[in-house]
Design a protein around this ligand. Sequence first.
Ligand code: ZN
Ligand code: ZN
Ligand code: ZN
Length: 664
Amino acid sequence: MSRKSDPSDRGISRRGFLQTGAAIAAWETVRPVPEPQLSPPSASASPFAPGGAPTRLSEHLWVYGDTCNVYAVTDGNKALLIDFGSGRMLEMTREMGLAGIDWILHTHHHRDQAQGDQKAVKARVPIAVPAHERHLFEDAENFWRNRRINHLYNVRNDFFTLTRNVPVASSLADYETFRWGPYEFFVLPTPGHTIGSITLIARIDGKTTAFSGDLIYGPGKVQTLHDLQYTYAGMEGVDFSVYSLTRLLEREPELLCPSHGAPLLDPASGIEELIRKLSDWYDYWRGPTMITRNQPITVSPHLVAHHLPTASFYAVISESGKALLLDYGSASNTSFLIFKDWPDIHGRMRFLEHSIDTLRSSYGVKSIDVVMPSHVHDDHINGFPHLVKHYGAKVWCFENMRDILEKPNGRNIGCLLPEPIRVDRTFRHRESFKWEEFDFNVVHSPGHTEFQMAMFATIDGARVAFTGDAFFNTPARPDDGLRHNLIYRNDVYSDSHMQSLRNILEFQPNIVAPGHGTPFLLNRTDVARFEKRLEQQKAHFERLLADPDVDFGLDPSWVHIYPYQMLLRPGQSGAAEVRIRNHRRKPMQLEISLVLPEGWRSEPQIRRISVDSKSLGTAPFLLTIPGDWPVKLKRVALAADVVADGKYLGQIAEAVVDLGSAGV
Ligand SMILES: [Zn+2]
Ligand SMILES: [Zn+2]
Ligand SMILES: [Zn+2]
């Protein structure tokens, strides 16, 4: 959906327009040359400083050519700065007759934007940064401790990160608005130059003004291409830049303020020119489909398949124009792959809105009523918080997913989205329900993960099965029939896949709508071949695993601590339980003790429990951190020491405690 500027906004004042145009021309000709000037050195300050002086673009907008362009928006005698460069503006604002700087907002984390931030911290000016790059400001030193340099394949230019931590006062979250005085800065996610880059869009002196960081340098130009490469020989940033420029264009900016290069009046043609040139460059490298070219497939009048985002998602559309979405994740495979293998512990998969505009314009969708996950994996649900927050969608799911979605810190299993998602309704195994004119059935579908369902509906006369990642129509060899996968960390047991297949076949679907790829017709030959393959899988388990109760060798979490990630401070207590899945064909007796950091207390010290065959047992504990416990590291690990049926197994389960803020 494109959000046009609010028609109730003030019109462009002619005076403001002329002033801006003339100022830009003047600024270009007498562009401050940042000749190094020597200023008194101090321990942390640079001996260099840029020359020149700020130029007034319009009544409330100034620009200063520092190591990047620093923009000042004013309200009375106060200013808000967009990016900060070397920090020279601290002195300049005094010369501009301003009483002080209220905020610094950053478009991205590069040093040329933010190298003077320590001066702002000293002057007590609060700093707000893109949410997806917050850790590259406040935890920059940790980034440097952990960034791999040898065997360099992650070639992304996060090497342009600050050298010291900068305290951050606020995050600029995607699609949210930062309000200051009479101004509202809309945070448009514009990845490209960096993955977490944002463009801030506000009405200033009657004009829709976009502060776009290094997304665009000037008409049809970028300052660097190297920043647009994240993975080895990748072109991800080019794809993202085209997406970001397209979204920016829809907002109809009247003045574009880049971090390098001159401000652009009437920037549409310059943005279009860059979209064309970057698309040509992307096509030259013959990459996968660009995000902006993703087009859905009409399966039947009331069912639309989007197969090009990371995970396929489906829209069931009612006569009334309501949509029920089955999954809704990242915009493209590229959006996913750049995070999948990234070593950075704080990085969060970034969601970019996609496909909703097509559902509205081409399929008559008026509202996103309900969204349901096929399973709990991040690539399938990354867009749920956005649909809830900005479209009022309700979240419905299979019953065992609720805890994972609402408390993602609880478990350490594959592919969880850290953002909690509130669930409005759950369904039991074999439950049926009606939504608009359609009838649905839900069944448990374990295997790929324990937290997966299959859902069935008759849509436009076809019996459709939404099967998530249970299996795919891309067998490695034709006689495999279908393809499945096995991820031990996802709570999978020896007969999970077969159980899932049987649950699906019971409903005799003719069209399968998988979690990746396009819908396909299910035929008996393929099913028979696939069944045989699943039987072979079970035989391998039995041949390979020492314990005749093979699930002990498949399940890394048969003993686990819940929650896996706790957030506690010194002086606080927290409840944790050790959970035991007894895969044995007889009851188990366990003795459990927690191994904690020096000085922490556990109540009780030892717990003894009996767990029935094929069931789950829980051993609750209360942890206490003494109030005077010195925090040296922001995250510590603890373990559970276990004796099972008289055999000492040792510290076979663990959990982490974040002290202070989660993750950072
Ligand atoms: Zn930059
Ligand atoms: Zn998937
Ligand atoms: Zn999955």
